[in-house]
Design a binder for this molecule. Structure first.
Ligand code: AMP
Ligand code: ZN
Length: 458
């Protein structure tokens, strides 16, 4: 089976042909770790995790290398460190900001059902590679030093702008570029900038300073994936300037035609029909939503829209996905102790068509319809869901999930259900009914069977 992918660079869908099928290489821009990730940030993580799973399925798990970086050098991080840890030396304060934010991020994306990438390099571990790239760019006439800064000379690259397909005038308007006096051209962008004594910095041939954002990804992808690799991904907001500039830096430094063969971008996520913003009250961190919805619930909701389309996160949509998932879990419960079988061909085919997750989900619905009568359909539903990163728990654990901050935790609900069952056995119907009402008030539905009672969160 071949995989078709839409390529931002060529603006068309084409068959994906890896450079080396024994080592398929993908790079996705990761978070800048200074604050909680929001639900929009979850989209590229989930989308490219599905692609990672598909590539592993097609080429073999050991033949895919996925790099998602952690940007731990950034002026926003420095500002946050000063604000949150005013008494600490700056380096220590920065370390705390990046470590706590990264730990939170890892916990969030794991709960959303994402596999760990093969490598998660931090920008601060690749300073030698950044400096080496900048030196090459200067030596080749693609970059120049001005007032302690090193700038990429956009005029030295005739086809600069080909990824975003913008004219230079559009780019200037769109990027609100900094027209600094030391720039030869307003579009020239920073590779290296000087640090004063109060700002983190590294020694370099151009004095003590720190890298620009774009060079970080060129260095980390080079270090882990080589000069040219297969797929580069991120959100559509990264096409310009970030990816355009990564591409310019890497191809000029290495003298290659391309940086990555395929560039993929997910569409943006809005919340309740509007751009997420703190002032509108529709800004949700992943953490906040995970207190109310299971990770798989949010994941399924995200995958119901094709990754290139804009998507609208709504409370109603989250509840709808919850009902679907519950329904699917009910159907697979009878086969969940078996070894996992092959993913159904129709699901693999849908994903191979530029990650058509809505189509894959439609196939899972169809299998759900057959599962009551067919164990094979239940098995296929389970294997197809697993390929999408769903069904990471047992049906029992799914049903008895309690939101964080609920009045009771699982063990307490178990105890109340057992107490009620004992009351029933003692034929104390009044007490059994009272406990049923208590549980219903707590959002728990009880179902009685011959050997005991089971429960699920409503
Ligand atoms: P940032 O931390 O802002 O650099 O974003 C990290 C990743 O999340 C990038 O790939 C962005 O393109 C992506 N991203 C940020 N906001 C959204 C959004 N509202 N919808 C979809 N993707 C987003
Ligand atoms: Zn990047």
């Amino acid at each position: 089976m071949t995989i078709q992918l839409y390529n931002t660079l060529t603006r068309s869908k084409a068959e994906f042909v890896p450079i080396d099928p024994t080592n398929v290489r993908m790079y996705v821009c990761g978070p800048t770790v200074y604050d909680f990730a929001h639900i929009g940030n979850a989209r590229p993580v989930i989308v490219f995790d599905v692609l990672f799973r598909l590539l592993r399925h097609v080429y073999g798990a050991e033949h895919v290398t996925y790099v998602r970086n952690i940007t731990d050098v950034d002026d926003k991080i420095n500002a946050r460190a000063v604000r949150d840890y005013p008494g600490l030396p700056l380096n220590e304060a920065i370390r705390r900001v990046t470590e706590t934010t990264n730990a939170q991020y890892q916990a969030d994306v794991t709960e959303l059902g994402n596999l760990p990438p093969t490598f998660q390099p931090r920008a601060t571990e690749s300073l030698p590679e950044m400096i080496a790239l900048i030196k090459r760019l200067i030596a080749k006439g693609n970059a120049y030093v001005a007032e302690g800064h090193v700038l990429f000379d956009v005029g030295s690259m005739p086809d600069y702008g080909k990824l975003s397909g913008r004219s230079v005038d559009d780019m200037i308007a769109g990027a609100r570029v900094d027209v600094a006096p030391y720039k030869r051209d307003p579009m020239d962008f920073v590779l290296w900038k000087p640090s004063d004594a109060a700002t983190p910095g590294w020694d370099s041939p151009w004095g003590r300073g720190r890298p620009g954002w774009h060079i970080e990804c060129s260095a980390m992808s080079w270090k882990h994936l080589g000069e040219v690799f297969d797929i580069h991904g991120g959100g559509v907001d990264l096409v310009f300037p970030h990816h355009e500039n990564e591409l310019a830096q890497s191809t000029c430094a290495h003298g290659t035609q391309v940086m990555a063969n395929v560039w993929m971008h997910n569409g943006f996520l809005q919340v309740e029909g509007e751009k997420m913003s703190k002032s509108l009250g529709n800004f949700f961190t992943i953490r906040e939503l995970l207190d109310r919805f299971r990770g798989e619930n949010l994941r399924l909701q995200m995958l119901m829209t094709h990754y290139r389309q804009p998507t609208n996160w709504t409370e109603a949509g989250a509840k709808e996905a919850r009902v679907i998932l519950k329904n699917w879990y009910d159907a697979i419960a009878k086969v969940e102790d078996e070894a996992l079988g092959e993913a159904p061909p129709a699901v693999v085919a849908a994903l191979s068509d530029d990650l058509n997750t809505p189509e894959a989900i439609a196939e899972l619905h169809r299998l759900r319809g057959l599962a009551a009568k067919s164990k094979d359909a239940a098995r296929a539903l389970r294997a197809g869901g697993v390929l999408l990163g769903l069904f990471g728990q047992t049906a029992e654990a799914f049903r008895s999930w309690m939101p964080a901050g609920s009045a009771l935790d699982r063990a307490e609900v178990d105890a109340l259900v057992a107490e009620r069952f004992a009351a029933r056995q003692a034929r104390n119907w009044a007490e059994a009914d009272r406990l049923r009402d208590v549980l219903a008030d707590l959002g728990v539905a009880v179902e009685d069977g011959p050997g005991g009672s089971t429960w699920r969160a409503l």
